[in-house]
Design a protein around this ligand. Structure first.
Ligand code: ATP
Ligand code: MG
Ligand code: MG
Length: 566
């Protein structure tokens, strides 16, 4: 096979296996905070973490980093589980919750207090910020920094018992208020929040900060390679400091007062995914939902996994996209055209072709018997012979696409026009003989004749036509609603807005167009929610969950023309 160069994360894993750094173990995790729905950026992380575990014979954990009760909800937990599963990452029996480790983390915090490495601080949030300093100005020590171990132990215990109001005290690490890395200036480990936790209930009223909690979640689970995005690069010293602080005085064999050393994973940072014409932060996506700028988290225009699923994406298309973009150390923005390219490649191979007319124009074939119906054979998928064929009914009255006819065609228009002959896909050659107009002069119906000798689409005398049109039989077709989507934003970078405006100013007012007078061939009566099709000549479509038995609804997943420039 073709040897592909490993990306830098996989190279680290391969090297570690070679040197025996982790005794042959590989354990990765995907650690979402359940404060929103997953998006395509998360898929990159899932594919990376799960892919590494699968390729190197390791383990993959799904872990909820559920340490902030203010923003987290069970609804998000449930959606994340469904989305990770749909993407094809298998955590087997390793589903974990960071909040289940709160007791252990609390004990380690007490240990740091006893070691003189943490203290209870009474500064307000604003004072804490002020004391922290800036990149050019060193911080100032908190007046509470020199509290005794006994006083700190007492106060921290009472914080945990609920004796103090929200925001009145924090537990902080005693590191260095002049450290060049601001994250190291006595970071907060715990804050007081009297709020019900979606999983732990009212058991806790102190909650750990991300930096304090995350490394321990990794450590407890035996994660070897803790893969995160680049913003966490300058949190890594703190990640290491906290684990080292617990390990100080501990030994490999557990002898001594503090016991056995805890596992110290390696944090590795990679570049997050950014896409053109897309916002990718949960905070912004939440705003779109809350302000009803979209129809919900699963609106097919959203870059969420559930939105993309509803739009008609397959997990394979997303996986192939992740493979193609690879993994590196520099932030960049990927063109949405590349994502759509991967989508088309997959849908082209897998989706059944059908005929549908989105903007119908009635055609009457005057020389075709009024009561006759023929069943014509149509190929389901030219890319997949095993998909077979189906029967499509043909009769005297049809619908064709309105834009496939012009009364006064310009030079380069080769489709139907008065006096001109075209092919109807799988059926016959027809010639337009006359046009019916309404009072305003709009064309509302065409009269045509057909040539019975051209059945199947070829003329025995060898004459050619320049166009092949799709069509449906008016009597047999099913009425349908079709939703056409465009980018949700008009700007490549949605944040590129005038001063005083935010990303919502670049929302595309034409990102959704609803067509409610469409006709699809009768075979689609059997289609189930999320089934995917290619509507011939129009694009890829899938069945929306809003469909009813009276009115099926289709989403246009993506058009046919590939705009990805290689
Ligand atoms: P957001 O910034 O969109 O709110 P987050 O990073 O806060 O996302 P988490 O739930 O904390 O969301 O993320 C879970 C994992 O997914 C983290 O390891 C994070 O690094 C990764 N991740 C989040 N966004 C992206 C992205 N755009 N590209 C790659 N990985 C991402
Ligand atoms: Mg987060
Ligand atoms: Mg974030």
């Amino acid at each position: 096979g073709e040897e592909r160069k490993l990306d830098f994360v996989r190279q680290i894993v391969a090297d570690d296996l070679k040197t025996g750094k982790w005794n042959g173990a590989v354990c990765t995790r995907f650690p979402p905070e359940p404060n929103g729905y997953l998006h395509i950026g998360h898929a990159k992380s899932i594919n990376l973490n799960y892919g590494i575990a699968a390729e190197f014979g390791g383990k993959f954990n799904l872990r909820f980093d559920d340490t902030n009760p203010e923003k987290e909800e069970q609804e998000y937990v449930d959606s994340i589980i469904a989305d990770v599963r749909w993407l094809g990452a298998d955590w087997e029996d390793r589903l974990f919750y960071g909040s289940d480790y709160f007791q252990q983390m609390y004990e380690w915090a007490v240990e740091l207090v006893k070691k003189g490495k943490a203290y209870v601080c009474d500064l307000t949030a604003e004072e804490t910020r002020e004391y922290r300093g800036t990149l050019t100005r060193p911080g100032k020590d908190s007046p509470y920094r020199s509290r005794s171990v006994e006083e700190n132990l007492d106060l921290f215990e009472r914080m945990a018992k609920g004796e103090f109001p929200d925001g009145s005290k924090t537990l902080r690490a005693r590191i260095d208020m002049a450290h060049p890395n601001l994250n190291m200036r006595d970071p907060i480990m715990y804050r007081i929040v009297h709020e019900r936790h979606h999983r732990q209930g009212d058991r806790w009223c102190i909650y750990p900060m991300y930096d304090w909690a995350h490394g321990f979640e990794d450590s407890i689970e035996g994660i070897t390679h803790s893969i995160c995005t680049l913003e966490f690069e300058n949190h890594r010293p703190l990640y290491d400091w906290f684990i080292d602080a617990v390990n100080e005085g501990r030994t490999d064999d557990g002898s001594g007062p503090w016991g056995r050393k805890i596992h110290h994973p390696q944090q590795i940072e990679f570049a997050r995914l950014n896409l053109t014409y897309t916002v990718m932060s949960k905070r912004k996506l939440l705003r779109l939902v809350k302000e009803r700028l979209v129809r919900g988290w699963d609106d097919p225009r959203m870059p969420t996994i559930c939105g993309m699923r509803r739009r008609g994406f397959s997990p394979e298309a997303i996986r192939n996209f992740c493979k193609l973009i690879g993994v590196n150390k520099f932030n960049s923005t990927v063109e949405i055209a590349l994502l759509e390219h991967c989508l088309r490649e997959d849908l082209n191979k897998t989706s059944a072709r059908v005929m549908a007319v989105l903007r119908p124009l009635k055609v009457v074939i005057d020389n075709y018997p009024a009561d006759q119906v023929e069943e014509l054979e149509a190929i389901n998928n030219p890319e997949d012979p095993s998909a077979g064929t189906r029967k499509v009914p043909f009769s005297r009255e049809l619908y064709i696409e309105r834009e496939d006819f012009m009364e006064e065609p310009p030079k380069k228009f080769f489709r139907l026009a008065p006096g001109r002959e075209v092919r109807l896909r799988y059926a016959y050659f027809i010639t337009c003989t006359s046009v019916v107009k309404d009072a305003e002069g709009n064309v509302v119906e065409l009269h045509c004749t057909y040539d019975p000798a051209t059945r199947g689409g070829d003329a025995p005398d060898g004459r050619k036509v320049k166009a092949t049109l799709h069509w449906v039989s008016a009597r047999h077709a099913r009425k349908a609603e079709v939703r056409l989507y465009d980018n949700l934003f008009t700007q490549e970078n949605p944040d590129d807005v005038e001063e005083g405006q935010d990303f919502t100013a670049s929302l595309n007012p034409e990102s959704l167009e609803i067509l409610s007078d469409c006709y699809v061939e009768p075979a689609l009566a059997e289609a189930k929610t999320l089934d995917r099709f290619q509507f011939e000549r129009l694009g890829y479509f899938c069945v929306d969950p809003d469909s009813t038995s009276e009115m099926p609804v289709f989403n246009r997943t993506v058009g046919l023309r590939d705009t990805w420039a290689r």
